[in-house]
Design a protein around this ligand. Structure first.
Ligand code: NAD
Length: 329
């Protein structure tokens, strides 16, 4: 099977080429994103393998179908970038990697909480400059804090157990409560998350219902000084409302691994360019904001698992087998 990779990086090439099923495939790695301008590259391929910021809108799906592509393998969990109804019309089969390492993402959410709280990044720089003063580095005990978790699927559940281990009180919202968390979290309505939590961590998918879940209204209900963590999808947060909340000090701390306009920024070295996104640039000026560039998933275990599962998904499709990881409209 001929597979065209888009948005590929050296680590994708390394992990996919080493995977045990690799010999069944002929891989071509394109660095560019898949979009209307690059879909022409897919002529002659059976499948495309894409990532979070590739464009799988109606026009691109039509181009894939015209080029004879039959399978779309998402090497990620989320599929908010795919027009599922058009994919169904075009009989394009879509597979994803629903779970590769929930630990990787949950542990990164913890890393953001701890680094923000204890200002580890600033402390590191100070010590390197011979500045051992502690002023400005004051943090808080995470023990005993009320943590609100939005979405308690695979990642949210691991995160809940981590935070339980730190001695936090856990409240959660999920339309489908997770029975494995009985006795660990108290399920409440979203309003109670906003009004009660001192740390809020988002672990739900981006859907029309969850788009801009964090906006002026929800921020207005939050405790003053709340810490907000988003390792899920950028558009769960209305960034302009977030900036307002930071400027008024209603929001005390923000840790982001995702950003709603990240497609033009993340995964590239732009260190010699002028950042044109003024909203993102403003966000980076706050001393109480920490941003990482969608790296929560980025562990060896997760990359191995992504490669193995993606190739198994494609083999299942090729053999006409039922694939548990198929995404249907
Ligand atoms: P999952 O499907 O196991 O769990 C998602 C949970 O969210 C489910 O329990 C679902 O019922 C719940 N949910 C759905 N809509 C909701 C809503 N409106 N409010 C609250 N809960 C809602 O998914 P997962 O593996 O735990 O992943 C969660 C999200 O994390 C993914 O959708 C993806 O966007 C994101 N993610 C980010 C990275 C990263 O590198 N930053 C990596 C993997 C996944």
């Amino acid at each position: 099977m001929k597979v065209a990779f888009f948005s590929s990086k050296p680590y994708d090439k390394a992990f996919f080429s080493q995977a045990k099923e690799a010999s069944f495939f002929d891989f071509t790695f394109f660095k560019v994103h898949l979009d209307v301008t690059t879909v022409g590259l897919t002529a002659g391929f059976d499948a495309v393998c894409v990532f979070v910021n590739d464009d799988l809108s109606a026009e691109v799906l039509a181009g894939l179908s015209d080029n004879g592509v039959r399978f779309i393998a998402l090497r990620c969990a989320g599929y908010n970038n795919v027009d599922l109804s058009v994919a169904a019309q075009k009989t394009l089969k879509i597979v994803r990697v629903p779970a590769y390492s929930p630990h990787a993402v949950a542990e990164h959410a913890l890393a953001l909480i701890m680094a923000l709280n204890r200002k580890t990044h600033r402390a590191h720089n100070r010590v390197h400059e011979g500045n051992f003063a502690l002023d400005g580095l004051l943090g808080f005990d995470v023990f005993g804090k009320t943590v609100g978790i939005v979405g308690t699927g695979r990642i949210g559940a691991v995160f809940a157990n981590i935070m339980k281990g730190l001695g936090c009180e856990l409240i959660a919202y999920d339309p489908y409560p997770n029975s494995s968390l009985d006795g660990i979290v108290e399920y409440v309505g979203l309003d109670s998350i906003w009004t009660r939590a001192e740390i809020i961590s988002l672990h739900c998918p981006l859907t029309p219902e969850s788009h801009h879940l964090i906006d002026d209204v929800s921020i207005g209900k939050m405790k003053a000084g709340v810490m907000l963590i988003n390792t899920s999808r950028g558009a769960l947060i209305d960034t302009k409302a977030l900036i307002k909340g930071l400027k008024s000090s209603k929001i005390g701390w923000v840790g982001l691994d995702v950003y709603e306009e990240e497609a033009d920024l993340f995964f590239e070295d732009l260190s010699n360019q002028i950042i044109q996104d003024d909203v993102f640039a403003r966000l980076m000026t706050f001393p109480n904001v920490m941003i990482t560039g969608h790296q929560a998933f980025f562990t060896e275990q997760a990359l191995e698992s992504i490669a193995e599962t993606t190739l198994q998904n494609l083999l299942d499709l090729k053999k006409g087998l039922e694939c548990a990881n198929e995404v249907r409209n």
